[in-house]
Design a binder for this molecule. Structure first.
Ligand code: CTP
Ligand code: CA
Length: 232
């Protein structure tokens, strides 16, 4: 069995990859955002296309060239991303959520630019929670009794409540997806980088360690694991 780069083992498959970081606007000029560049998602889209898949890349605020042979859908907010992922994921064989959706958005949007009114006071921004897209995909699949392989990403830092891997295992169980790619982002590692290291946790208890290397190498390991699941 030939695996990894060059093998057409995703031929005839439809896959959806989300990439980048969503933005939640406060007013026409300001937003809450995050540090996701979209590089890992683009690497997943490129490698899936190279392996023969029909790929839809849902890109949130990325500044990267469109990968050749991939359908690119552009979105801004977490709710836009949810709509696009749910639509494209409806008849997909796999959905990989490499995007970093903002967990919260401002409770209110100001139609015109928020102005300073004096020299000292500042507005208080109230936030509300955004939908959890990954959890929603898992719910939809459970309700339908059938659906795509679902892959999540988790950028974690170790803290007083647990290590990076402990947080990863807890998140995999909480989200109910099939695979969770766990990154250690302590000190800002991985952001804006072309390299990544990760541990891919599977719901069957297995884990695959991917050493520091190009984001394409991690992407190929993810597709290897997806291909194996699709063959079950
Ligand atoms: N995710 C999602 N919808 C959200 C937030 C996250 O689909 N509103 C997806 C991400 O794309 C990722 C996975 O869920 O694949 C894990 O994201 P993460 O931010 O680590 O999970 P959260 O449940 O938001 O937990 P945390 O409090 O650690 O941010
Ligand atoms: Ca989050």
């Amino acid at each position: 069995l030939r695996r990894g780069a060059g093998a057409p083992d995703l031929a005839g498959r439809r896959v959806v990859v989300s990439a980048g970081g969503t933005r939640e606007f406060l007013d026409p000029v300001r937003f809450l955002g995050n540090r996701s560049s979209g590089r890992q998602g683009y690497a997943l889209a490129r490698t899936a296309a190279a392996r023969g898949a029909k790929v839809t890349l849902i890109a949130a605020n990325t500044a990267l060239p469109d990968p050749a042979g991939v359908d690119v859908v552009r979105v801004v907010s977490t709710r836009d991303l949810q709509e696009a992922v749910f639509a494209a994921g409806a008849d997909a064989d796999a959905v990989v959520m490499a995007a970093a959706p903002a967990d919260f958005r401002p409770a209110e949007y100001a139609d015109s630019k928020i102005k300073k009114t004096d020299d000292v006071s500042a507005p208080v921004v109230s936030l509300v929670q955004n939908p959890d897209i990954l959890a929603g995909l898992v719910r939809r699949r459970r309700e339908a009794g059938d659906g795509p392989v679902i892959v999540g990403f988790a950028a974690e830092t170790g803290d007083a409540t647990g290590s990076v891997l402990e947080h990863g295992h807890a998140k995999l169980a909480r989200k109910g997806c099939d695979l969770l790619v766990v990154n250690d982002v302590s000190g800002g590692k991985a952001f804006e980088s072309t390299e990544n290291a990760a541990v891919v946790l599977a719901d069957d208890g297995t884990s695959t360690t991917v050493p520091q290397g190009p984001k394409e190498a991690l992407a190929d390991v993810v597709w290897d694991l997806v291909v194996r699941r699709l063959a079950r």
